[in-house]
Design a protein around this ligand. Structure first.
Ligand code: AQP
Length: 344
């Protein structure tokens, strides 16, 4: 049986949605909805792997939903929902906890970065996070996963888990009518510019929600003045911009700003360097402010408008969860059968 192509991706409701989330993930979601059946998930179960204030979690869940809608995702044609509303995510994640190997998880760089020196004090959930991510994707037997560069290793793990499940349960899969194994091996879609947007304060660190400096990122809800201020204050170096990409070598801040411009203008980096090469950063930053305000401000405004009616957002999430259940529940029944659980 040939599987239909299906896209799954998620964003954590951990506040401070930023330009990296927008360019690295959300704009890709918007494009993919033209060609695929898509599920876009607000991954609240992932969010609680680090402490979240319950009221803020609810607010942030609605805010990510508002960002999806404001960016142009069609919630009628595609599915927008929050992860905790579909219990199959947690159930399949438990099965995957028993499929994935400790050695595999020990290699995950994101856990090392997030737990830092405080590893003993990190939650078990933070450690097992990639298994839950594999469950998110595979519960829907999704084939394609648009993500930023930082998620590549987790996607590879999801493929390893799918492969091991298919092998461990090969006879049982075949007996249930899945001779080629139950799960597809999902493919990451990490394409185009801005797959890794860097901090405006340090071109070697990823732009991130949890960076304590608000100047390090452009938030999707920033108004025009804040965007202008952050771009003006963005770290640069004393040299003028180069005319060719080779000249960006060893200049991470310049490379980052060119990458951001390129993604927002939908023009190649070479094209932008040909225009701004030899000119000072101050000139380039003026053009970048205009472009960023033009791209981000209307989305922020629409997000604020949508957030005025939380009931409407909750209704969209509930409708999406109902449709996600319709896909997930039959899959979960097949998975229970394959694993050998007696279903009463
Ligand atoms: N800087 C980035 N550049 C490009 N893509 C990015 N993504 C995140 N940061 C960048 C992509 O956004 C999607 C959602 O990410 P997430 O919310 O699930 O978690 P994250 O990657 O942990 O986001 P942050 O901002 O980096 O949060 P913290 O500070 O908590 O670690 C993913 O597709 C991700 O690749």
């Amino acid at each position: 049986m040939k599987l239909q192509e299906r896209v799954f991706s998620g964003i954590q409701p951990t506040g401070n949605l930023h330009l990296g989330n927008y360019l690295g993930a959300i704009t890709k979601f918007v494009a993919l909805q033209e060609s695929h059946d898509c599920l876009f998930c607000v991954v609240d179960l992932h969010a609680i792997t680090v402490w979240q204030d319950p009221g803020e979690l609810r607010h942030n869940t609605r805010e990510v939903t508002a960002a999806f809608l404001a960016a142009g995702i069609d919630a009628k044609k595609h599915i927008i929902f929050n992860q905790s509303a579909v219990s199959g995510h947690a159930e399949l994640a438990w099965i995957f906890n028993c499929v994935a190997r400790m050695g595999w998880l020990n290699r995950m760089t994101q856990f090392k970065e997030k737990a830092g020196k405080n590893r003993e004090n990190a939650s078990v959930g933070l450690y097992a996070y990639p298994n839950l991510m594999a469950a998110d994707i595979l519960l829907y037997r999704a084939t394609h996963v648009p993500v930023g560069e930082d998620q590549k290793q987790h996607l590879e793990l999801a493929r390893d888990i799918a492969q091991k499940f298919n092998t461990d349960f090969s006879d049982s899969c075949a007996a249930s009518g899945f001779a080629d194994g139950y799960f597809p091996l999902p493919e990451p879609l990490i394409t185009g510019p801005a797959t890794r947007v860097m901090s405006l304060r340090d071109g070697r660190s990823k732009m991130s929600k949890s960076d304590p400096s608000d100047l390090s990122r452009i938030n999707m809800t920033d108004d025009a003045d804040s965007i202008a201020k952050k771009v003006r204050k963005a770290k640069t170096d004393p040299e003028p911009l180069p005319s060719e990409a080779a000249g960006l070598e060893g200049r991470p801040e310049a490379a980052n700003l060119i990458g951001i411009y390129s993604a927002m203008a939908e023009r190649s980096g070479d094209d932008i360097l040909a225009e701004f090469g030899g000119r000072q950063f101050s000139d380039f930053k003026k053009a970048l402010v205009d472009l960023a305000v033009e791209n981000i401000s209307p989305i922020g405004e629409e997000m604020r408008r949508l957030m005025e009616d939380p009931g409407e957002i909750d209704a969209i999430l509930a409708d999406g969860a109902g449709r996600a259940h319709e896909i997930a529940d039959p899959h979960m029944a097949e998975i229970r059968e394959i694993v050998g659980f007696i279903v009463s």
